[in-house]
Design a protein around this ligand. Structure first.
Ligand code: PEP
Ligand code: MG
Length: 590
């Protein structure tokens, strides 16, 4: 609902990341990236479309050449792949055929390129030769690069914004958000987006206020409008009046004080009032976040989302490139542990540079371990880098989105292949590392006892577990109100997973955002969970909560909570029972 008062306009959205910022608007428009068929284009447009295509190819090729020049020449096989791409840019199968298709079929360049690359892909896939089949990925990558230049997508670089502004966008991908430079960008708001999307997770780890799902932000805001972003309550105020501005300046100062106060306590241990020590670790997306994780008092990295390295590079990294990053990470954290999760792309982390699979329901598609098992060369490259890095510190290996026992068996077979290759190559590595499965799909909860036979630990990913169990797209603002961590169904699934892990004697950690929200902590502790990993910014507030909690009381209350039927009853119960200790601030309405 929009409330207008003089020039001021208030739009309510969904809290992406807490905190308040005030500043000038900067609109980033990412629309127009849908490929549409313009058919037929008029005769005089044909040469223009061909010219546009040629220019896109030459820009993509030049940039690609720069990437190759900037790389270490010892990259071996991987450098060869990039050099193959150079040739493919002008290959007659792709280049020549696309030009022919534009002129013969009189269609626009994007549509012609998609048509031709689709045919080439099918052709390669049908060849009875594993090597050539695997080269489909090269075709895909090259045509995607050209496509992005046709869209002009390369012109929109969040990292190039050089003013102190608040970004207003229709949508921001997690990869866009990870380019945000903190010294420039104060906060961001988007029309689209839902709760606990990966973009929101990035915003939280950057500790940058953000509001999503505003629907009308890009149409209501003009560049340089004054904005107030209240990420805690999910509110955007456009051109605030003086009173509102004054009120929010005060609120912003109080929030900053509150945060500073929490941070001063971050080194204190996470021990409950009755002396039970809990383990709080950090979720990170980039190695650079280790400093913040340590400052916030994390005792390890409970989830390293490795896909962001891939999204940033815009290509599949080499084993050595990955090794350098993983080794740096474990060495920084030693002797504490680092849980490296294997590639979780697709779903909401689609990057046209990496995959071009078109899926009607990407979250239900070839995501995470499913993608890795289909693309074993990419998977093996990553596994080898992880096993090699494990020689330098304490690594745990975590597999995302396991939905059946067969998958974990197949994963183990691929790990064995990676081990054999490393042995054959005489490389130093450590294969004795714990293997974990993420429990984030309802089927995994139901067969948790079977899965537990094959792994050393479980990591509950509530972000997806809520998405998949409640059938709520994490990015969809229309259903964000139904995305509820305290839903009895979600709590029951957590309990089932916990019971299965305990029965089978394996470790259990929760790494979903649910663990980073103070209101959820009493019931999680009451159910018996002891290990949590969260965006590192949440650690201080969760520690404060834990230090005021009594586990015996939490256990009794958890039993009562498990007998309640609705989210409302559950949240009211927690708010009443834990009123004194629920911390002020993170979702401050005051
Ligand atoms: C989860 O699903 O809870 C999780 C931690 O993984 P991600 O947010 O990266 O999907
Ligand atoms: Mg997940």
């Amino acid at each position: 609902m929009n409330i207008s008062k003089s020039d001021q306009m208030i739009i309510k959205g969904i809290s992406g990341s807490p905190g308040i910022c005030i500043g000038k608007a900067y609109i980033v428009d990412r629309e127009g990236v849908n490929i549409t068929k313009r058919y037929p284009v008029s005769d005089d447009m044909v040469p223009k479309e061909i010219d546009r295509f040629k220019q896109a190819v030459s820009k993509a090729k030049n940039d690609h050449a720069k990437v190759i020049d900037s790389l270490d020449k010892d990259l071996g096989e991987n450098l060869n792949i990039l050099e193959t791409h150079m040739v493919l840019f002008k290959d007659k199968l792709l280049y020549g055929k696309t030009i022919d298709t534009i002129s013969h079929e009189k269609i626009n360049a994007e549509w012609a390129l998609r048509k031709v690359s689709g045919k080439v892909k099918t052709m390669f896939q049908q060849i009875d030769d594993k090597y050539l089949q695997a080269r489909v990925i090269d075709i895909v990558q090259v045509s995607d690069k050209i496509m992005s230049y046709l869209f002009g997508a390369q012109d929109i670089k969040i990292s190039d914004i050089n003013k102190r502004v608040i970004i207003v966008a229709h949508d921001l991908s997690p990869a866009d958000a990870s380019q945000i430079q903190l010294e420039r960008i104060k906060g961001f708001v988007t029309d689209r987006g839902g709760k606990d999307s990966h973009t929101s997770i990035i915003a939280k780890s950057l500790r940058i206020p953000s509001v999503f799902g505003l629907g009308l932000a890009t149409t209501s805001v003009k560049n340089d409008d004054i904005l107030i972003v209240d990420g805690s309550t999910g509110t955007l105020i456009i051109n605030p009046d003086e009173d509102t501005l004054f009120k929010y300046e005060d609120r912003m100062a109080r929030f900053q004080e509150y945060r500073a106060d929490l941070e001063r306590e971050s080194h204190l241990p996470a021990v409950t009032k009755d002396g039970i020590a809990l383990n709080l670790m950090a979720n990170i997306e980039l190695v650079e976040e280790v400093v913040a994780a340590k400052d916030n008092g994390a005792i390890g990295i409970g989830l390293f989302r490795t896909e962001f390295l891939y999204l940033d590079l815009k290509r599949f990294p080499t084993e050595d490139e990955l090794l350098i990053k993983y080794k740096e990470l474990v060495e920084l954290m030693t002797p504490q542990s680092v849980t490296i999760r294997t590639l979780d792309i697709n779903g909401d982390k689609v990057n046209p540079y990496l995959t071009t699979i078109e899926e009607a329901n990407p979250s239900l598609g070839l995501r995470a371990v499913r993608f890795c098992l289909e693309n074993q060369d990419i998977f093996i490259t990553q596994l080898k880098a992880i096993l090699r890095a494990a020689a330098f510190g304490n690594i745990k290996l975590l597999i995302p989105m396991i939905s059946c026992v067969e998958e974990i068996i197949q994963v183990k077979q691929v790990i064995n292949k990676a081990i054999l290759e490393l042995e054959h190559e005489d490389k130093i590595f450590n294969k004795d590392i714990p293997l974990g499965a993420m429990i984030e799909v309802p089927s995994a909860v139901i067969i948790a006892e079977h899965l537990a036979e094959h792994v050393d630990f479980f990591s509950i990913g509530t972000n997806d577990l809520i998405q998949y169990s409640m059938a709520i797209d994490r990015r969809n603002r229309q259903v964000a109100h139904l995305y509820q961590a305290l839903n009895p169904a979600v709590l029951k699934m957590i309990k089932m997973t916990y019971d299965a892990a305990m029965k089978k004697g394996i470790d259990l950690v929760m790494c979903g955002e649910m663990a980073g929200d103070p209101i959820n902590i009493p019931v999680l502790v009451g159910l018996g969970l002891t290990d949590f990993s969260m965006n590192s910014g949440a650690i201080p507030v969760i520690k404060r909560m834990i230090r005021s909690l009594d586990t015996q009381k939490a256990k009794k209350n958890a039993e009562k909570i498990m007998a309640l039927n609705t989210v409302q009853e559950i949240s009211e119960f927690i708010l009443t029972e834990y009123k004194e200790i629920l911390p002020f601030g993170e979702t401050d309405e005051s």
